[in-house]
Design a protein. Structure first.
Length: 258
């Protein structure tokens, strides 16, 4: 079996209602733990809008659907949104060797499509914008509708991407999201798929722990899905606390408590 390339947490996709009151409340609760948020700071069209909660190089991508067709957003996710699904849709892991990752997955008997690039029309449909990364999705984890995604960013010697990661909690000493805990129904089929994706995972009767290059993902058995993301704040900087949006909770805690 091909070796699994190094992986890092990258971002999670969370769908919410298009409601200014929800956004205002979220912004206020994030500000209380020194995490800035601008709801219109991410990509979007007339059909969808993303707001990114940046914490170092990791982020929560908060998605609102503005028109029935979703305006270029992922079609199956738009359909799921219209069925009333809110909350966590996908957890993305970053790699610098996406093609090697595909080889590993296929050797493990997991079929994948070719990597794709996000392309959508911007500026009132006059221009087509292509994002500087390739990515792929896996089918939902059995027993859930949660997808895992993998992303590789284009080489960026000038670190231009960093300029777009604003506003960013790292200005307040919150250095990044390093660990995650997923609670979901761990059926036998789910365990089998996850062990094939992550052969280095350690297993107990009620959990799998996936080691990452920096941090880990602990996947626990539960009746309902919930994600906990753990961000570290250096020293006394920032206010420790938690913020929950739908079925995702961000925990900000001092490094000494990690």
């Amino acid at each position: 079996m091909s070796q699994l390339p190094a992986l890092h947490l990258d971002h999670v996709v969370v769908h919410i209602d298009d409601d200014p009151a929800i956004l205002a409340d979220l912004k206020a609760r994030l500000a209380a733990v020194d995490v800035p948020f601008e709801s219109d700071g991410g990509k979007g069209t007339r059909g969808f809008k993303a707001g990114n909660i940046w914490i170092g190089r990791q982020y929560l991508e908060i998605i609102r659907i503005l028109r029935p067709d979703g305006g270029g957003w992922v079609e199956r996710w738009v359909a799921r949104h219209h069925l009333g699904k809110r909350g966590l849709y996908c957890l993305f892991l970053k790699t610098d060797r996406l093609d090697d990752l595909i080889a590993h997955l296929r050797a493990a008997g997991i079929e994948t499509s070719a990597p794709e690039r996000v392309t959508y029309r911007a500026f009132f449909g006059l221009f087509r914008k292509t994002m500087p990364w390739r990515m792929l999705y896996l089918p939902p984890i059995p027993g859930t509708d949660l997808e895992l995604g993998f992303i590789q960013y284009d080489p960026d010697p000038r670190d231009v991407m960093k300029a777009h990661m604003v506003p960013n909690a790292d200005a307040n000493g919150i250095t990044g999201i390093h660990d995650a805990r997923l609670r979901l129904p761990l059926t036998d089929d789910a365990r089998d798929l996850l062990r094939r994706i992550f052969p280095d995972a350690t297993a107990t009767a009620d959990a799998l722990t996936v080691p990452l290059e920096a941090g880990s993902i602990r996947i626990e058995t539960a009746d309902a899905m919930h994600a906990d993301l753990y961000a570290k704040t250096e020293g006394a900087a920032g206010n420790a606390g938690t913020v929950t949006l739908e079925n995702v909770t961000l925990h900000v805690r001092p490094t000494s408590d990690a």
